[in-house]
Design a protein around this ligand. Structure first.
Ligand code: MTE
Length: 340
């Protein structure tokens, strides 16, 4: 990714990405880290109750986080959902463990392994706001929303702009169903989505050089395309936090940064939304971001991709192989930067 402005001696990461110098301080949230004075106490803890007392706050905090993470998911009974066989894959599904430990979720760190850090994400209660150009703005609890719509499983390829790919069995519902539920006005042309903003919970959001919260947007035609999928689960159970629980997007024909995680709002608008990566690095990350092997990223080729967990490289497919569903969306838009 392009070198970004320097801030306090650390360079910004590029979208999803990547191989720019990283500031790793937030990879382990402060509250997971043992304060130095407690680390010293550990050496003596076996010899005295006083040391045990000194460790108590740390232990209590860690226990609380574990308890929260282990609460049963109120939507668990909806899984596994019936698979929609229409969206068959040309490759095996990526192993769940591999997938669950190789993620981009900058709110919880810039390393690919944010699995532990992301467990701090509180996913209930979770309210989704629907507003802007709609008949009636509303707020809806995630469980009410999930139970209003029928869940299905779909296997999709997933292609990150960093030139790697995976294949995932997502569970969720078509974005078109959310649009129907929202009852947008005829004047709405785009849907703008936002991720939560909570600096206490998400240490990455304390890094001021990112324009938080994470924002992404699509046209109404993209949102209502049959492939656009709002995801609540994966691998036959509710979505793991590191994948963007409790609600994220999957747009398999676009680079992965368009698939915003942990969504809290859908705003229907007539203004083209500016995504977080576009705001940060417009020369590298645009609004459309459709996958195209022939259009390199300014700093690397997109001709092939690494299939995570296999060591294999495969040629990149135009629209990530989904052209039959989406190519028509872009007819007559040749003057737009459709591929970055
Ligand atoms: N959404 C939020 N809120 N924060 C992020 O950092 N990363 C994006 C996208 N959505 C990201 C996000 C990028 S770059 C990719 S490739 C995918 O999420 C990664 O999804 P995965 O970790 O489930 O594979």
């Amino acid at each position: 990714m392009k070198a970004a402005p320097r801030t306090s001696g650390a360079r910004i990461l590029g979208a999803c990405a990547m191989n720019v110098i990283r500031r790793r301080g937030w990879e382990i949230p402060d509250r997971f880290a043992t304060p130095e004075h407690l680390a010293f106490s550990r050496r003596t803890v076996l010899t005295g109750a006083a040391s045990a007392l000194a460790l108590a706050p740390y232990a209590a905090n860690a226990q609380r986080l574990t308890d929260v993470a282990n609460l049963p998911d109120p939507s668990a009974d909806l899984y596994p959902a019936k698979r929609n066989e229409k969206y068959a894959l040309d490759r095996p599904i990526t192993d769940e463990k591999v997938n669950g430990s190789y993620n981009n979720f900058y709110e919880f760190g810039t390393s690919k392994n944010v699995t532990t850090a992301a467990q701090a994400l509180t996913i209930r209660p979770w309210t989704v706001k629907i507003d802007g150009m709609v008949e009636k703005p509303m707020e809806v609890g995630i469980d009410d929303l999930i139970r209003k719509l029928t869940l299905e499983e779909r296997t999709y390829r997933h292609r990150c702009v960093e030139a790697w790919g995976m294949a995932i069995a997502w569970t969720g519902f078509p974005f078109a169903k959310l649009v129907e539920f929202a009852r947008p006005l005829g004047s709405a042309q785009y849907v703008r989505m936002e991720t939560f903003l909570d600096k206490k919970m998400a240490p990455g959001q304390r890094q001021p050089w990112y324009p938080w919260p994470y924002v992404e947007g699509v046209t109404m035609a993209e949102a209502t395309n049959e492939l656009a999928f709002l995801v609540t689960g994966a691998y036959g159970h509710p979505l793991a936090r590191q994948h963007g629980a409790p609600l994220r997007l999957a747009l398999p024909w676009k680079y992965g940064f368009k698939s915003i995680k942990s969504i809290v709002s859908f705003n229907f608008t007539d203004k083209r939304p500016r995504g977080m990566w576009e705001a940060l690095q417009p020369s590298e990350y645009g609004f459309w971001a459709n996958v195209n092997p022939q259009v390199p990223h300014p700093r690397w080729s997109q001709a092939s991709e690494e299939i995570i967990g296999t060591g294999e490289r495969r040629p990149t497919l135009l629209f990530n192989g989904y052209g039959e569903y989406v190519a028509d969306l872009y007819k007559g838009l040749d003057s737009e930067r459709l591929w970055a």
